[in-house]
Design a binder for this molecule. Structure first.
Ligand SMILES: [Mg+2]
Length: 207
């Protein structure tokens, strides 16, 4: 049987760039903004909490964008993507928002990104968010499989688990101890080099 072409999907924050909300929490000194999908598995609950804290502190979209503009990709991330571009097709599947991601995408040389969007009022306050699709990461993997790709997935947290499960190969990259403990079925990598070795092996057709 002919081998299917491999496609890699991966998360953004915690995998290629630092966590945006943690960076913003550090900049503003607001501890309540430090919570991420690693702490609260329910994304809507987490986002409602964040929007409430922003409102309480009169913080606007531009305040967050300013912090993001100063962020850099994780060390080695760009070299890893550069290697990947020569190896297989890939896309980034993220729960972040296009309004946040733009400066980071520039620094990663504009990879394909599927994510969500924010709703702001005319005062630049973030009042809501729009998930492009519920369970979007998993649906993206499903769609790729329907296009007859063999999907590999790489993520770091709870919001990646459905994507990892749907994929033919799931890699946890620098996950928390809690995630490792709850999902022992996935391979764990702490360095890009390890991920590259796994992908290389998959692509070179060991099946
Ligand atoms: Mg993440």
């Amino acid at each position: 049987m002919q081998q299917r072409i491999k496609f890699l999907v991966m998360d953004l924050e915690g995998v290629l760039v630092p966590e945006v909300w943690i960076a913003f929490a550090e900049k503003t000194g607001i501890k309540e903004l430090r919570l991420t999908t690693r702490d609260i598995a329910d994304y809507d609950q987490l986002m409602r909490h964040r929007l409430r804290v922003l409102k309480e502190n009169s913080l606007k979209l531009a305040d967050i964008q300013e912090v993001i503009a100063g962020m850099e990709p994780l060390p080695g991330a760009n070299e890893y993507l550069q290697w990947l571009r020569q190896k297989c097709q890939f896309a980034i599947l993220s729960d972040t928002f296009y309004e946040f991601a733009a400066p980071l995408m520039r620094k990663l040389h504009h990879p394909t990104l599927l994510c969500n969007s924010l709703v702001c009022d005319d005062q630049d306050n973030i009042i809501d968010y729009k998930m492009r699709q519920l369970d979007g990461k998993r649906h993206a993997v499903l769609a790729l499989k329907q296009l007859n790709y063999e999907v590999m997935a790489m993520g770091d947290s709870f919001n990646d688990i459905a994507m990892l499960r749907e994929a033919e190969l799931g890699i946890l990259f620098r996950p928390s101890e809690l995630v490792i403990k709850q999902y022992p079925e996935f391979q764990v990598c702490t360095e890009y080099q390890q991920v590259m070795e796994i992908i290389e092996k998959e692509i070179s057709g060991n099946n």
